[in-house]
Design a protein around this ligand. Structure first.
Ligand code: FMN
Length: 327
């Protein structure tokens, strides 16, 4: 029988499948069910930086009038989802289930809300995932200016809490391995690659923006697979959790081969229900047994970018072959 145990952020997981931060993890009843179906850990639904600031009486940004509808929605959300409820959920989960509980904060700044992370630690969370959601849209700011927000955040959180923390990033960075290295150096224990931010679409009948579908599809795994292979090959002690586009047991295996320490799943559970965790776990176990792997560490990262001394040129060659193969 294959041993699926995984060490992620210094935590011991029965298997590498983590249920991502989302509505799937926002109540104790759901968390119990996820554990029963075999989840290795859960990341709780994010608390927003804005919620923490409002709760602490700190100012948040002011919306322009055109965003009034969204602001009303958010205000309503905040009144229905208090910070105290969040801390109680952490405490309840820790008292009820055995799997690690990873708290999550969705933030956009390295400002004065960070002290709040101490309360998350005191409530008993095993680790914290910081979901940094910041879209660079200002021509007067350089990529360095934007990346500095992430670096400042890592330094401040590291000095605030002793539990491990990880940073969930979007997939648009100029040089992700460099940023990852800088975050590692500042005390982050890992990265979650990638977040799936708000994606807009355009309604051509009303000529206005509308939200694109919120759930991922299986092809969305490609950037996840690509970048985990690149980053994990250079930062072997940095724990990387894969996120986005994981829809099958085969996807889980691919991401572990590429170097992920754990694999987060969200849309596939929304589509197939929590019982689908059992399928993902048993597909992984069956594949390991078929290939005579007793532990995940025996194959994890074996297909990353290590063999290539000049990764950029290797990628360029692959790219040229890719497009010349089709006439
Ligand atoms: C309905 C829904 C709610 C989500 N809420 C959060 C959240 O609160 N915090 C967060 O970090 N990610 C959130 N996400 C993003 C997921 O955690 C995940 O990163 C994303 O869906 C990509 O993974 P997938 O391809 O497995 O769906 C949410 C996703 C969905 C579909």
């Amino acid at each position: 029988m294959a041993n699926l145990e995984t060490n992620y952020l210094g935590l011991s997981l029965g298997n590498p499948i983590i249920i991502s931060s989302s509505g799937l993890t926002n109540s104790i009843e759901k968390i119990i069910k996820l554990e029963q179906y075999g989840a290795g850990a859960v990341v709780l639904k994010s608390l927003f930086e804005e919620q923490i600031k409002i709760d602490a009486g700190l100012p948040i940004y002011s919306f322009q009038k055109t965003f009034q509808e969204s602001l009303d929605y958010i205000n309503n959300y905040f009144t229905n989802n208090s910070v105290q409820d969040y801390l109680s959920l952490i405490k309840k989960a820790k008292a009820t289930v055995k799997i690690p509980i990873i708290a999550s904060i969705n933030c956009y700044s390295a400002e004065n809300w960070i002290d709040f992370t101490k309360k998350i630690q005191a409530a008993g969370a095993d680790a914290l995932e910081l979901n940094v959601f910041y879209i660079p849209t200002d021509k007067d700011f350089s990529s360095n200016d934007y990346e500095q927000i992430y670096l400042d955040l890592a330094v401040k959180v590291k000095t605030s809490i002793g539990i491990p923390f990880t940073i969930k990033l979007g997939n648009h960075f100029t040089n992700l391995p460099f940023l990852a290295d800088q975050l590692f150096y500042r005390g982050a224990s890992g990265l979650t690659l990638f977040n799936r931010g708000y994606e807009p679409d355009i309604d051509i009948n009303y000529c206005k923006f509308k939200a694109a579908g919120v759930l991922s599809s299986p092809t969305d795994i490609r950037p996840t697979l690509h970048w985990i292979g690149i980053v994990s090959s250079q930062l072997e002690n940095f724990d990387i959790a894969a996120s986005t586009g994981v829809h099958s047991g085969e996807d889980v295996i691919k991401l572990l081969l590429a170097g992920a320490k754990a694999v987060q799943v969200c849309s596939a559970i929304y589509k197939n229900g929590p019982q689908y965790i059992t399928t993902l776990v048993s597909d992984l176990a069956t594949w390991m047994e078929r290939n005579n792997y007793k532990t995940i560490d025996e194959f994890r990262g074996s297909i990353n970018y290590k063999p290539s001394a000049n990764r950029s040129m290797y990628e360029r060659l692959l790219f040229m072959r890719y497009f010349t193969d089709i006439q």
